[in-house]
Design a protein around this ligand. Sequence first.
Ligand code: B12
Length: 306
Amino acid sequence: MARKTKAAGAAAAPQVDATYSIGDLAEACGISVDTLRVWERRSGRPEPVRLPAGHRRYTSSHVRWLRRVATALAAGHRAGAAVAASEEQLEQMIASAAAAQVPAEGLDPFFDAVKTYRESAILERLWDGWRRLGPDGLLEHVLDPLLVRAGRAWADGDLDVRHEHFLSDAVEHFLRAARASVEVRKDGRLIVLTTLPGEMHGLGIQMAAIVAARTGWRPRVLGVNTPLDETVRAAGETRADAVGISISLHTGGVESDRLLAGLRERLAPEVRLIAGGSGARGVRRGPRGIAYATTLADLRRILREA
Ligand code: B12
């Protein structure tokens, strides 16, 4: 991964894609216009760009920033603190919510194993968690915080790209093996799992596939970065009942909303479209006809009720 670019709670230069009215911004972030106005009055953020005629406009970086504020709120942080936070602090707020769930023995042994390239130690530890905490507990209380912390450690320079790639590969290895160990009902309903074009984060769909299989559904995983038409064709060919899309913090935003809306339009109306992942978080009002799953527990509920 490369270093982060600057995100914006402040106004961007007027010539930079300043295309959102406050209503558009509210719609894109799932935060009401009234709330946005209160925040701006109290803290000066989001600071709009002023057009020559005096109109206030917002940019896609405002959208991205506000969605992360919404994520921090969803994790239980106060609005005043989240809105005033620097980008780094906001990341920490989001990450600390997951870290609070970490089991007593902590995550350090994973990082020791990563830095010494001991894949078997990582896998043994994950299988041990699978047995002790159960699949749902392992996914939620170990893997989720582990990956959040890995992202944090990378951003802080405590984990190098090679180590982070090594960890991702070991986790993927584990998730595939774990899914193979779950008995899949032959008559279960079918869900196609993939990511949008441009999205390379694929561990979310591997996790969602385990949850689906354990809920009695048959998962079909297409991997990452799938063109919309290919996803639509796969859904038709498998006669899928649902399509699940994972959206990372990196790609979540207006463009992924646009792609999701396009996918919704092209899928047969009876096929459910479910979006999950931290990039889909905080969106309370995304494009129509899409169920947003903030957590794997949400996915379980949606699949059981479907
Ligand atoms: C591993 C990783 C990678 C790996 C992915 C490998 C792989 N096989 O997937 C690689 C190296 C490819 C990668 C690349 C990049 N990454 Co990266 N990556 C991560 C890391 C550490 C983990 C991602 C992950 O798998 N998380 C676990 C997922 C599953 O968690 P989740 O999204 O919260 O989802 C949960 C639920 O919502 C649910 N869920 C997930 N999916 C779904 C789907 C459905 C249908 C449902 C119902 C539920 C559901 O399950 C999860 C568990 O509860 C994160 C750190 C983090 N905080 O996530 C950074 C992170 C996402 N990456 C980041 C960045 C910047 C990048 C790059 C831009 C770096 C670069 N310049 O190359 C690229 C972008 C690639 C791209 N175009 O997508 C940033 C994004 C920051 C931001 N806010 O924009 C993060 C947050 C790291 C950080 N702290 O800065 N990355």
